[in-house]
Ligand binder design. Sequence first.
Ligand code: CP
Ligand code: NVA
Length: 301
Amino acid sequence: MQNFLDIHQTDAADLRDIIDNAATMKANRQGRPRGAADDEQPLKDHMVALIFEKPSTRTRVSFDVGVRQMGGQTMVLSGTDMQLGHGETIADTARVLSRYVDLIMIRTFEEATLLEMAEYATVPVINGLTNRTHPCQIMADIMTFEEHSGPIKGKKVVWSGDGNNVFASFAHAAKSFDFELVFTGPPTLDPEAALDGLYTTERDPNKAVEGADLVVTDTWVSMHDPQSARERRHNQLRGYQVNDGLMSKAKPDALFMHCLPAHRDDEVTSAVMDGPNSVIFDEAENRLHAQKSIMRWCLGK
Ligand code: CP
Ligand code: NVA
């Protein structure tokens, strides 16, 4: 049994296996209805708890569908409906859930909550996003890049915008998968210092994207950011919008990715989102395949 807490806490060879297995599992069910079972049923007789302390569309649906395709069952729990939201400790919640379920996925605010859940649970725990990281997303992103453009090793990835939780997992992945990562954004929204050394910074977005194989952005206001910061963030980030002008400076076949949900015509224009270089919906689909592979790895199946 193994937790999937963060990219940099997972062995690089295991990360590679997870991506390769995800691609095989995706190929094996090509053309089937979404609700059809996989030939292999590694989660048969398994119950999975999916805990959400923040909103979600992709993570919720892709985990739920993925477990069912592999023969398991799910229960989706909202943090506010659980005693967790009314003073029961995370440690006690983890001990109790471990008596009922075989795997726990949690989306939460503080990283400390995830780590406490993992410490006290006796079943594997998966990080479905915290204020600091979003590792499942980046596994799907790497799978998507490689489907379209081949091995990511040695390629140039440029992140334009806020140095947030999704960027942090990209930074961890840059080391594990050996690609170049450039951050372009205002100094006020730099990534956290713990990520220093994993990426380089270029304040001019047009210079940053020169020669890029992949351009990525994310919302300017994350779920954990106060809404009161919205206007200030928009003013700081406006110059980092991904639009046709910026994409034209990257390689002609550069991909565009966004974890979604996107705010059309804020961090990225609709023209880029819906344009020929955008792979955002393949990226969303691959959450399903990547997470199925992560769950199998966690359970040793
Ligand atoms: N990208 C992502 O995690 O989306 P949701 O917030 O909809 O789960
Ligand atoms: N950075 C965003 C990602 C959402 C999937 C957030 O944390 O809200």
